[in-house]
Design a protein around this ligand. Structure first.
Ligand code: NAD
Length: 500
């Protein structure tokens, strides 16, 4: 675990950073061909940090052509898997060497608390690249059970140019989730980071070159979604888009695919995840801590944020009190102060959206038990952690993804009723279940409609377990674990006749 510094030491690092602002194509930082830029802001202060290249379809064409050329050259795709592994491990090492500066940069552009960047985002980013690197020379192809007169080989091949279109909430972790398996299988990658958070991804691309990943294998196209993102979705030479973001934009990628080359589309989308507390849950202090962590981590800007807290009526009063108490330690403020658990909301647009839901909750009759308002701090975008009670399934805040530090208690008449409320959503990404009965836990976990169910804790699993959603939360594949490699590879059958 990295030891945290003081706020003034983090400020010094912030002052010494070189911010990458150009796109990264074929191993070089370059301006967008149009010369257009977009501002990237520090949401904790409102200051403009830098102007970033705003790429469009002309830049996309160049990046994809370079990615395709290097793929066809075999410089990466045909490298011996053991060699690819070594280079990827060097890449992970370079991220580790620069992790403190990367953590500060990530905090500045996203508003995330530095303690999270240091203790979670950077370590998990490094671990993810290392894990997939290690898999590179340990994955075997298959032989079919086709008798003595034939050999059926089932081989996995990289796809070519892969596009990764990313959200702003975990910039480094999300790029690592995609880059790890895509690179391990030998693909070329074009990354489109979210417009709010491009800089750490741009830096990573330069570290990849330093590690020995050939130029053109990793390209980063910064810019707007409706320009650079759309052009990638429609490009005839992009073989797969691995997308993480909202369900609304995810749907667009399915349209882009249908209108172009039927490229594979993998979507990791939104969620409206429940914490379900059954009547026999024990250790309610721990349950309360986990519920608050699940709701507030990353200011609730998390696809697995547990924003619906469904509690059996028999324990509701006691648990509610403990939840309110557990919220005390979630201090909000300057993201570079390592004492703060919560930082700024990423952008004005997101801040306005969360404020809209605060108003909706009050308007529709929910009761505010904690928070309920923005925190006024200069031009910073801070919102007080907010807990609503007396929320009913028909209310807007019980149905729509808020993506802010706002969560809602709903009362269940029975354990079955709790399950019914939990599944009453168009999403199905994650659910947390609390019960002291392990048999019941197994039974309920199977009935919950979610890609991940954590029992007696809030968790998404780890790098070894697949991550993705049911219903509108996902489509077409999984991130993490070896299943992630399926996103970036194609299956080929090679049939050899042995008959005499
Ligand atoms: P978003 O959908 O607005 O944007 C995601 C990406 O798509 C960005 O890079 C954006 O530039 C691009 N984009 C936007 N419009 C586009 C268009 N018309 N064509 C092509 N690309 C376009 O999402 P966001 O606001 O950045 O992130 C928040 C969302 O991401 C939430 O819904 C959250 O639940 C989801 N998310 C899901 C996961 C998961 O693994 N399931 C993880 C993190 C975030």
């Amino acid at each position: 675990m990295s030891e945290l510094l003081t706020t003034s030491e983090y400020r010094d690092i912030a002052g010494s950073l070189n911010f990458p602002t150009q796109a990264f194509i074929n191993g070089q930082y370059v301006d967008a061909l149009s010369g257009d830029t977009l501002p990237t802001l520090n949401p904790a202060t409102g200051e403009t940090i830098a102007q970033i290249a705003a790429c469009n379809d002309d830049d996309v064409n160049i990046a994809v052509a370079n990615g395709k050329a290097v793929f066809e050259s075999g410089a990466w795709a045909s490298l011996h898997p053991a060699e690819r592994k070594k280079v990827m491990l060097r890449f992970a090492d370079l991220i580790r060497k620069n992790s403190r500066e990367l953590a500060v940069m990530e905090s500045l552009e996203s508003g995330k608390p530095i303690r999270e960047c240091e203790l979670t985002d950077l370590p998990e980013t490094i671990q993810c690249i290392e894990w997939h690197a290690e898999a590179t020379d340990k994955l075997y192809d298959q032989l079919s059970p086709s008798g003595n007169d034939a050999v059926g080989l089932i081989v996995r091949e990289p796809l070519g140019v892969v596009a990764c279109v990313l959200p702003w909430n975990f910039p480094l972790m999300m790029v690592a989730w995609k880059l790890g398996p895509a690179l391990a299988s030998g693909n070329s990658v074009v990354v489109k980071p979210a417009e709010q958070t491009s800089m750490t991804t741009l830096w990573l691309a330069a570290l990849a070159i330093e590690a020995g990943i050939p130029a053109g294998v990793i390209n980063v196209l910064t810019g707007y979604g409706h320009e650079a993102g759309k052009a990638l979705g429609l490009h005839e030479d992009v073989q797969v888009v691995s997308f993480t973001g909202s369900t609304e934009i995810g749907r667009k990628f399915l349209e882009y695919s249908a209108k172009s080359n039927l490229k594979r589309i993998v979507l990791e989308c939104g969620g409206k995840n429940p914490s379900v507390v059954l009547a026999d849950a024990d250790n309610l202090d721990k349950v309360a801590e986990q519920i608050v962590y699940a709701a507030l981590w990353n200011m609730g800007q998390n696809c697995t944020a547990n924003s619906r807290i469904i509690i059996h009526k028999d324990i509701k009063a006691e648990l509610t009190e403990k939840i309110i108490k557990a919220m005390d330690q979630w201090t909000t403020g300057d993201p570079l102060d390592p004492a703060n658990m919560l930082g700024a909301i990423v952008s004005q647009e997101q801040y306005d959206k969360v404020c809209h839901y605060l108003a909706k909750g009050k308007e529709e009759g929910a009761t505010v038990l904690a928070g309920g308002d923005p925190i006024v701090a200069g031009k910073g975008l801070f919102i007080a952690p907010t807990l609503f009670d007396r929320v009913t399934p028909d209310m807007t805040i019980a149905n729509e993804e808020i993506f802010g530090p706002v969560f809602a208690i709903m009362t269940a008449e029975s354990d079955e009723h709790a399950l019914e409320i939990a599944n009453d959503t168009c999403y199905g990404l994650q659910a947390s279940l609390y019960t002291s009965n392990v048999v019941k836990a197994q039974r309920y976990a199977r009935k919950l409609q979610a890609g991940t169910v954590s029992v007696n804790c809030y968790a998404e699993g780890d790098i070894t377990t697949p991550f993705g959603g049911y219903k509108l939360s996902g489509f077409g594949g999984r991130d993490n674990s070896l299943l992630a490699h399926d996103q970036y590879t194609e299956t080929k059958t090679i049939w050899l006749d042995l008959s005499e």
